[in-house]
Ligand binder design. Sequence first.
Ligand code: ATP
Ligand code: MG
Length: 355
Amino acid sequence: MYTITLLPGDGIGPEVVAGAVQVLQAVQERTGAQFVTREAPFGGCAYDKTGTPLPEETLKLCLAGDAVLLGAVGGPKWDSLPVHQRPEVGALLPLRKHLGVFANLRPSVIFPALADASTLKREVVDGLDLMVVRELTGGIYFGSKHRETLPDGGVKVVETLEYTTGEIERVARVAFDLARKRSGKLTSVDKANVLESSRLWREVVSGVAGEYPDVELSHMLVDNCAMQLVRYPKQFDVLLTENMFGDILSDQASQLTGSIGMLPSAGLGSKVGLYEPIHGSAPDIAGQNLANPIATILSVAMMLRYSFDLPEAAELVEKAVAGVLDEGYRTADIMQPGMRQVGTVEMAKQIGVRL
Ligand code: ATP
Ligand code: MG
């Protein structure tokens, strides 16, 4: 039995999470795996109800379960709150920190039916299936910051980038384990020609490689990697990189697939995994049954694979998504001429019945 904490959140969050829960129920019926879900307030809706975007009770529930499925948080309604009460800063960042999810996995997969939706040529992206593993809780985003005014009236800032061998090792292991289960190819991305932190990164990753003789490790400089991602992305399988490089490269890689409503993510590294679509709360389409639930449904597939070790169940979900797309079902964001447009509810239902 697996216990999943649902944090539907704001905007389209509740709609896409409801769709994902429907698919989870179908997985349960099909495979016999038992899922227990419980819902908790999180984000702007939690602030409205309790005065805080991350209520203590919600955090306790998340820590006590096996995995968390998050919709999205935020929206214009909460934009003018003090920064620590805003859904993103007051709920999302502390949740990640409390859960200890130091490895962020973002797959960029092109479904054959959508190969023309990319901004790149079909032959460059058709068949693309890569995974970015980004270090999520260290590096320059978490280093000490300092700002001072100079005698000449100018301003000086200092921003520090810290990594320890332990922090690099643990995220490297996540990436190597993953590469081992996929094609056995791992590219570690750094800036070792300039940065001392990248030199350590490269040393530690090369050291961990000793434990994985079956994985072929290569190193690439981040500027070259950015170029290669748009030139010939299919050369990559698993990309491993530090926090800031990963932030940039994972957004770049996601755009190769052309549609924000399709892409899932997983936060791993501790007992409780955090799964969420990469898109935001999309207030412009909230409550209209227009949102694409596939990113959240594919996040459920990642949960089945990485938190529950149910790879066959994960594949069932991914195949059902591919099947529905092959048959021409489209939500508005991925609509193409001659295809059949459906809403959030119908898309989730169609995926569920194909399991
Ligand atoms: P955040 O800061 O929370 O990431 P954002 O402002 O970057 O939010 P999103 O909320 O992700 O942006 O929305 C960006 C655009 O993509 C919007 O026009 C939105 O309607 C659209 N969009 C996002 N998610 C989906 C989805 N699941 N289905 C359809 N359209 C979506
Ligand atoms: Mg965004």
